[in-house]
Design a protein around this ligand. Sequence first.
Ligand SMILES: [Zn+2]
Length: 247
Amino acid sequence: MSTTLAEKSALVIGAGGLGGPVLLTLASAGVGRLLLVDDDAVETSNLNRQPLFADADIGQRKAAAAARRLARLFPTVKVEAFDRRFDDASALDLTRSADVVVDGSDNFATKFLASDVAVASGRPLVHGGVLRYTIQLLTVLPGKTGCLRCLFEAPPPPGAVPTCADAGVLGPLAGFAGGLMGAEAVRLLSGERGSYAGRLMVYESRGARSRTVPVRLREDCPSCRSLPRQAEAAPVEVERARPEGQA
Ligand SMILES: [Zn+2]
């Protein structure tokens, strides 16, 4: 008999607008062990899109508050909460402790670190981002499909792209993206390939438009080039990429 989701584990980076729905999706699917890492405290402005927290949690540490809420809702799930930053000092140990990594962080430095460490550790990564009315999803299968650096090479310079804090996020859209990311992680833990593996999915909610962009493993990617190449079973069918904002 194959292993069940109860024997699987996931690391979720961030317990906020993306990480909260990810954690709820993973726990309700029956994933047995959840590691969450977050170094923030709950603020009033979080409550529109961070479903693990309520008014009474304002001022509390997010890691502890999220763990308490998950324990109440899903007592059989083992939750390990880390009230710290996912950074150079913690990334490798945390990543190696889980079967899959889900990145719900809110900044480019953490997103590139998550991609680099997942690739180096051979852990599949579900990447997600949300800004204003748009979400992006990408699954990285180390050695098989392109990583964040294969796609973007490097984080944008500071100030070039507005942060969620500056530009804002449509609350329900973060919940939508987080739910999709959680479902993708469940697929990976179930032995499926993943719907966003090798393809960046972009959804723009105001126009209700989505498109997918192929993300191939680049020979000269500083993150992927040291890995042994693994054969892909079949090419992924993708729509032709279009520039952002085209009607
Ligand atoms: Zn790469």
